[in-house]
Design a protein around this ligand. Structure first.
Ligand SMILES: Nc1ncnc2c1ncn2[C@@H]1O[C@H](COP(=O)(O)OP(=O)(O)OP(=O)(O)O)[C@@H](O)[C@H]1O
Ligand SMILES: [Mg+2]
Length: 581
């Protein structure tokens, strides 16, 4: 039924691997299916005595027995049908929940370079749509392969037992039915793969247009977004229609092929009954079995198309699971325990792809020192500080903490010692409390309040309708830009790490608030190695040392006063800002 090429085989292998841990439930399901098949075969067989003994011979005993027997067999069939569906589907659901979790866990283990390239919509589509297709395929694969094939075998047995000559005629047409299965299967799989890609594109548009709704409305681009969605929506539809044409054709085609068999059988079987070599009971029992055969054969055919979709999805999910993080821990990576906070960049060069972003940077920062990074936009400041928590690995050189290469310690222990306010303040759609204490349930209300006070967030939090328990909305939309930033600062402060990175942490604050937060930060920088990135040069004066970064190089270095006297890049930037003020 399947083309035996390696990806399909691999996908099937993977599906089997997913099912293996659930073999007990599967065995129960299979047992139930066998009972379904057996009772189905028996029902077909009972047509013969019903016809010959009751209707033709008018046997009273049989008349008393048969209806009851028929009911009993039907009851067994109904119960085992329930069991098979329940046990089987529950396996399908468990497999899929496990896979969804595995995929999510795996994605969260990937480095930022992966997320730079992947789009959120695609990832969401993989975790929802692709996994759903796999679930459907797993369910129908097991039920199809077991229930339907066993039913088919059982019915064929009845058929041959009743009349092997007629049966031979019926079975002779079967290969005719399998030919379209193979052919359609290949086409469907290709379409399914394309289809899932198109659905992923659709999710990208969905995700972007909803998260970016403020820009969409500000630029009056609703119609543009609608058209963009329509384009992708049509692509999905067209692909589905193509698949539907094939899918819809296969069933009537099979039916027609079946009809050829049945008409041949009526001709020959009728001839046998007319000549008296067979009884009408045998013939109708035979025909009954043959008609019952139709359902499982038809669902086997349908199984083919769901399997093809499932295989396409397994391959896509597997592709994602195959991605390896760039950030690999050495097998003998150490736990970074006590950290003094000395940070050194030793001849560091870095490129995201091929174009170098940082070139041969060497800096030594002492424990507790406050270093400011300034310079024109795109110079590489954010990139530089992202190398410390190992968001990316250096292309050349090394980043060292207390003299230890960051690549020699475990990522978790490394990041435990670094607190960060990123350039884009991000908040979860959760309470203020949970945003500040993000992920650390050990923090008490006092800790959270103290951090909020230190970040000058306390006053506005108190004014919120539910205080610390106010939900801030997606990405903190219910707060002002400056309020969001203060929560992010509070979150970093609460982490209480020896190394603090502030990337434009105060850019959204007004001058008054900034001065306040600045004073708070000054206290907090005490005893912590701090990297401050700021465009507003008024905020960097307090740094022990200022590094001016341009085009990936450090071009100036010194205190505010010494740099002012140098009349270089720093002075130029300062003068521009001063004139503006
Ligand atoms: N994830 C990324 N993938 C590829 N290139 C990137 C990525 N992030 C930044 N860059 C490029 O690296 C260069 C340095 O960017 P970086 O964000 O470090 O600058 P910056 O000094 O922080 O600028 P700004 O002051 O505007 O924040 C830029 O030219 C940018 O285009
Ligand atoms: Mg930046």
């Amino acid at each position: 039924m399947l083309k035996e090429d390696s990806p399909a085989r691999f996908a099937l292998h993977r599906m089997v691997g997913l099912l293996r841990p659930h073999w007990r439930r599967l065995a129960l399901a299979v047992l139930c299916m066998l009972m379904v098949s057996g009772s189905t075969g028996l029902t077909a067989y009972l047509i013969k005595p019903a016809m010959d003994d009751i209707f033709i011979k008018k046997d009273v005993v049989m008349l008393a027995l048969l209806p009851g027997l028929f009911l009993l067999v039907s009851l067994i069939k109904a119960l085992s049908d329930w069991g098979s569906t329940y046990f089987l589907q529950s396996v399908g659901l468990r497999v899929v929940a496990g896979l969804r979790q595995e995929l999510f866990d795996h994605i969260h283990g990937l480095s930022l370079s992966f997320f730079d390239k992947a789009s959120t919509g695609t990832l969401m589509s993989r975790i929802t749509n692709d996994i759903k297709e796999i679930q459907v395929a797993v369910n129908s694969a097991v039920s199809g392969l077991v229930k339907d094939t066993v039913t088919i075998v059982g019915l064929i047995f009845v058929v041959f037992y009743q009349n092997w000559k007629l049966a031979s005629i019926a079975v002779a047409v079967l290969p005719l039915a399998f030919f379209p299965l193979v052919h359609f299967g290949q086409k469907l799989r290709k379409l399914a793969r394309k289809g899932q890609e198109k659905v992923a594109h659709l999710s990208v548009v969905l995700h972007e247009s909803f998260t970016g709704v403020r820009i969409v409305q500000a630029f009056g681009m609703e119609e543009h977004e609608k058209r963009r969605f329509a384009r992708h929506n049509t692509a999905v539809l067209e692909n589905q229609l193509k698949a539907l044409r094939i899918d819809a054709l296969s069933s009537p085609l099979m039916e027609f092929i079946g009809a050829i068999g049945i008409s041949a059988i009526i001709a020959y079987g009728g001839y046998q009954v007319v000549r008296g070599t067979s009884t009408p009971g045998t013939f109708f029992s035979f025909l009954g079995a043959l008609i019952m055969l139709y359902k499982p054969v038809k669902s086997l055919n349908k199984l083919n198309s769901t399997l093809q979709k499932g295989i396409a999805s397994v391959l896509r999910v597997q592709e994602l699971l195959g991605y390896k993080s760039d950030i690999v821990e050495r097998p003998n990576a150490l736990e970074l325990t006590r950290v003094q906070g000395a940070v050194e960049f030793r001849n560091v060069s870095f490129a995201y792809d091929t174009t170098p972003v940082l070139r041969n940077i060497s800096i030594k920062v002492n424990p507790g020192e406050v270093v400011a990074l300034v310079g024109s936009s795109g110079g590489g400041k954010t990139t530089l500080v992202h190398l410390i928590p190992r968001f990316y690995d250096v292309t050349e050189g090394a980043v060292l903490i207390d003299g230890v290469d960051v690549r020699d310690v475990t990522v978790r222990s490394l990041r435990r010692h670094i607190a960060m306010v990123t350039q884009h303040s991000f908040l979860f759609n959760d309470t203020v409390r949970n945003n500040i204490a993000y992920g650390d349930p050990s923090k008490t209300e006092e800790d959270i309040m103290a951090a909020a006070k230190a970040a000058y967030a306390y006053d506005f939090i108190c004014r919120l309708p539910h205080g610390l328990d106010t939900v801030v909305g997606e990405q903190g939309v219910m707060l002002s830009g400056g309020q969001r930033q203060r929560l992010c600062i509070a979150r970093a402060l609460l982490k209480d790490a020896p190394i603090l990175i502030l990337d434009e942490a105060t850019s959204a604050l007004d001058s008054e608030a900034e001065q306040e937060v600045q004073r708070a930060l000054e206290n907090l920088m005490q005893g912590r190695t701090t990297f401050v990135i700021a465009h507003r040069l008024s905020t960097v004066k307090i740094a022990h040392r200022i590094l001016v970064i341009s085009h990936g190089r450090i071009i100036e270095e010194g205190s505010h006063h010494s740099l002012m006297e140098r009349h270089g890049e720093y002075r130029r930037l300062y003068d521009i800002q001063f004139q503006q003020a």
